[in-house]
Design a protein around this ligand. Structure first.
Ligand code: ADP
Ligand code: MG
Length: 456
């Protein structure tokens, strides 16, 4: 039986593409090919070639089940799957391969779109397509996509909070940008808490508050970045309260970002807090190692740099935030130009300098701390928590445990599975997905998770 590798793999990738974000697809799956596939008895034996060990390890640990299920369906039979490190054979026909959705952005956008973007004060470079997703931002990303898909209906407001440079502004603008691409006629506006404040002050000073109101209250989508800035400013909070009510009352959507959750913004009016809490509050944690690698790949490609995987990993292991990564890449490019140096590992190391973290993960707490915090919160024995019982009162906390081990500590699926009673990595994957979904719809779970986090 002659199996056409290329078309089997193309079909598999097409199907995988709908299950993962474009950035994940482009970062990992576009670097794979079907190296061999044979039929032995009723089973297929397939080998997937990956461009590097890193790609292999990532796909193996995070997407094994997805690839396996998809291949089973495409081949219409069970398949024994393995991954190997092997460059894709370069044939002219391959060049087209599977289209990478990542950078199609830049090619165009109609004039109408461009006008709509500048009117909305939206930077065109921040899209869902070039936003990499991992466990630390998965929930915020899913919520943002849901909001973009049904303005004013999914979660209103959507409140995204987290530290500096974790991608809050990027994600918020991505919603605006995806909405405007489809409907350039919608009234969308991006502004910071500071812009909003300045506009009001000006309105009051020049007696043009009506102009201000016309501008803000009739929006279909208001993206207000760094809302914490308005705390403690009475007139601004008052105006924002009415803006909020007018926009949401007319079916419009509001997205807010902040460096902390509403409950922790001091001098934020209670009525605003309660409005925010009635929507969806999601946090974005600092990027783990894998995510930093993906961000480096995206940003370096955007700057026209094609970095080999070992250099990508070296940078990711030494810089812990996306902001630092951006700054570093700029230095890297100009450094290489000025010194005429090529991008060798030594050169990158010398630019990274001393005093960098040597481990690839940002570990804040230890797994034992998380296990203890959950056992305590649910008054469960550790043995029960890590054991075999599948009853709801134990199974749900156990899923939350796996979720937190992945998202807060950045453990791999394998590591998390091993710690939680030697479970399989697919069980962990399922738990993370389940809790992510639940946390979006269930206030109680969200509250439980944030209280547990405080106890870690
Ligand atoms: P924040 O608003 O949380 O401080 P930004 O949205 O300004 O962070 O992100 C800082 C930089 O890092 C931006 O250039 C952004 O594109 C990039 N960045 C952050 N997270 C991601 C991500 N997940 N994928 C791609 N780029 C990211
Ligand atoms: Mg920001």
């Amino acid at each position: 039986m002659n199996l056409d590798h290329q078309s089997i793999w193309n079909d598999t990738l097409e199907s995988i593409k709908v299950s993962v974000s474009p950035a994940i697809f482009s970062t990992w799956f576009s670097q794979t090919h079907l190296s061999s596939v044979n039929k032995e008895g009723k089973k297929f034996i397939a080998e997937v070639g990956c461009n590097s060990t890193f790609v292999k390890n990532t796909i193996e640990t995070r997407y094994f089940g997805l690839v396996q299920n998809t291949l089973n369906k495409i081949l219409d039979g069970p398949c024994n799957l393995s991954f190997i490190v092997k460059e894709k054979p370069r044939r002219p026909a391959d060049e087209k391969g599977v289209p990478s959705p990542l950078f199609e952005e830049k090619k165009g956008g109609s004039e109408e779109c461009q006008r709509a973007f500048s009117k909305a004060r939206i930077r065109p470079g921040y899209t869902f397509e070039n936003f990499a997703v991992s466990s630390s931002n998965q929930m915020a990303h899913a919520a943002a996509e849901a909001v973009a898909g049904s303005l004013g209906e999914a979660y209103n407001p959507l409140f995204i909070w987290g530290g500096v440079g974790v991608g809050k502004t990027h994600l918020m603008i991505a919603v605006g940008s995806s909405v405007l691409k489809i409907s350039p006629g919608l009234r969308v506006l991006f502004c910071t808490g500071e812009d909003f404040t300045n506009d009001i002050v000006e309105g009051i000073r020049n007696k043009t508050t009506q102009v201000f109101r016309d501008k803000y209250r009739k929006l279909n989508l208001l993206l207000l970045d760094d809302i914490q800035f308005i705390a403690g400013k009475d007139a601004v909070q008052e105006e924002f309260f009415h803006t909020f009510n007018a926009v949401t009352g007319a079916g419009g959507q509001i997205i807010l970002t902040s460096d902390r959750p509403p409950s922790e913004i001091s001098r934020l009016e209670e009525r605003l807090k309660s409005r925010f809490e009635a929507g969806l509050i999601v946090d974005v944690a600092p990027p783990d190692f894998e995510l930093r690698c993906a961000i480096i790949q995206i940003k370096s490609k955007e700057k026209g740099l094609d970095l080999p995987m070992d250099i990508v990993q070296l940078i990711a292991a030494n810089l812990d935030s996306a902001r630092k990564i951006e700054g570093f890449l700029i230095r890297l490019i100009s450094g290489a130009k000025i010194r005429g140096a090529s991008l060798t590992t030594e050169f990158v190391e010398s630019l990274l300098g001393k005093g960098s973290e040597k481990n690839g993960k940002i570990i804040k707490a230890k797994p034992q701390d998380v296990i203890e915090a959950i056992a305590k919160y649910y008054s469960l024995g550790k043995r029960a928590l890590l054991g075999d019982s599948r009853t709801r009162p134990v199974a749900r906390p156990r899923q939350i445990l796996m979720y937190l081990l992945r998202t807060q500590l950045g453990l791999t699926l394998e590591e998390a599975g091993r710690l939680v009673g030697n479970r399989d990595h697919t069980t962990v994957m399922h738990a993370v997905e389940k809790i992510t979904q639940l946390a979006m719809s269930d206030v109680q779970i969200r509250e439980d998770i944030s209280k547990i986090k405080l106890g870690i």
